[in-house]
Each structure stands twice: as structure tokens, then as C-alpha cells.
Design a protein around this ligand. Structure first.
Ligand code: SF4
Length: 89
């Protein structure tokens, strides 16, 4: 991801709140392409993102443990939090 990283990193921010270099648009396009069989429900997705927002591992929309954009990782129902597998339940 290209970008101006001279700016302070945004801890506890989701990519949707940063929109650095338009990456979030690409993420949204990817999320829209997910099959319903893969995608978690809207309520569960929102719950997962609330948990990520409160997590010290979140930085610039990415999980510092796995390197995923949390908005992508949390969208797939079979995924788990890499720190605590039951954290999102
Ligand atoms: S995936 Fe887990 S470890 Fe990573 S930011 Fe979210 S809650 Fe934290």
C-alpha cells in the first residue's frame, strides 16, 4: 500500500475511517464480491469490528498480529481473531 506514512498512525481506527489512498474503496469492492456462503451476517460483522476497534492490536485498519485489514478478515464467517479464536463469538 502506497501512501504518506509521515502522518501519525491511527490506532483504534478502521480503514473506513482512514480511507488512505482510496484503499477502502478496493476493500469494499472485494467485500461485495464475497459469496453469501462465505460472508458473515451484518450484525456479527458489526460486532466483530466493535471488538477490533477496542483492541490494542488494531493500527491503521490492520491487525498487527496477522497483517489483515480487519474489515476484510471479519467479513468472512469462518475467520477468527488471530489472538483469541473465540474473541469474536
Ligand atoms: S483481529 Fe483480533 S487481535 Fe486483530 S485487531 Fe481484531 S480483535 Fe485485535
Amino acid at each position: 500500500m502506497d501512501g504518506d506514512y509521515s502522518q501519525p498512525r491511527c490506532r483504534r481506527c478502521l480503514l473506513s475511517e482512514i480511507d488512505r489512498d482510496g484503499v477502502y474503496k478496493t476493500v469494499l469492492e472485494y467485500l461485495a464480491s464475497l459469496d453469501d456462503a462465505v460472508r458473515c451476517g451484518a450484525d456479527e460483522y458489526a460486532s466483530r469490528l466493535r471488538i477490533c476497534r477496542a483492541c490494542d492490536r488494531l493500527s491503521d485498519g490492520m491487525c498487527s498480529l496477522c497483517g489483515c485489514f480487519v474489515e476484510v478478515r471479519a467479513a468472512k464467517k469462518m475467520q477468527t481473531c488471530p489472538d483469541l479464536p473465540h474473541r469474536w463469538e
